[in-house]
Design a protein around this ligand. Sequence first.
Ligand SMILES: Nc1ncnc2c1ncn2[C@@H]1O[C@H](COP(=O)(O)OP(=O)(O)OP(=O)(O)O)[C@@H](O)[C@H]1O
Ligand SMILES: [Mg+2]
Length: 278
Amino acid sequence: MLEMLVVIKIGGALIAKNFENVIQDIRNIYSNYSEKYSLVLIHGGGPQINETLKKMNKEPKYFQTPSGFTTRYTDQEAIEAAIMSLGGINNKRLVEALQKCNINAFGFSGIDGIVIEAERKDKILVLINGKRIMKRGEYSGKVIKVSTPIIDFLLQNKYLPIIGSLAKSKEGEIVNVDGDRAASFIAQALKADILISLTDVKGIYRDFNDKNTIIKTINTVQLEGLLDNLEGGMKKKAFAALEALKLGVKKVIIYSGLTETPIFDALENNLGTVITNE
Ligand SMILES: Nc1ncnc2c1ncn2[C@@H]1O[C@H](COP(=O)(O)OP(=O)(O)OP(=O)(O)O)[C@@H](O)[C@H]1O
Ligand SMILES: [Mg+2]
């Protein structure tokens, strides 16, 4: 009997550095804990989208939103780069690495089989020199629905699903979705027991400049109070973690995929920042 369904988000930041420990750790879990844990992977690709844009001689565009988040402006060129990174290189490199370990990974992106549906933002409100400006031609979306039959089928047949964070909009276009928020929705739709977000830092720091301020455990009320102090990718990740817990996922762990056995340590030793409702 399977005990726990674990959704693991692999950050683009981590993929850019080194995902070998994550791969070896999955191999270990597959060999020794396959009765206990069932895994579903979802990945992002921020740095790879930027790299692809640079190869196209384009600059990545980021803006601040009025609510204090940093957001990418996903224009026509950026969505092309996102398709290449999320549906292509990141996804297939993960599949390749796992298949080398005899794990039959099955990679796809959220648009395939309409596994992830999103509402296209179309335009985003950003701050430019303190002024609120509406940017149009935006190809990102907010996840609204995750369909589980394909993922269930893969799990039942011993494939390891690896999902790139693209989605289909209501109008039928491909849109880029935030990997962390997509992971929250997937975890909820699959009724996962736990969501682990693997990135390139060991968790949430109260003060990112002071490495002694790493948070061991925090509840949703406390984390909501901390949101304003967080920045960049971690602010989004914390927000997505809160969303997952609100949606009914019982536990979210943010941890570094650069450590020796990141998934095992998150699952068995509660390492990383552990976020729960209580
Ligand atoms: N208080 C904080 N604690 C921890 N990390 C922080 C904090 N503030 C900012 N960060 C940054 O957040 C980053 C993690 O978020 P980021 O979005 O870059 O990674 P990711 O989600 O793993 O990748 P991707 O978004 O491409 O999937 C860290 O590398 C760190 O630089
Ligand atoms: Mg991120």
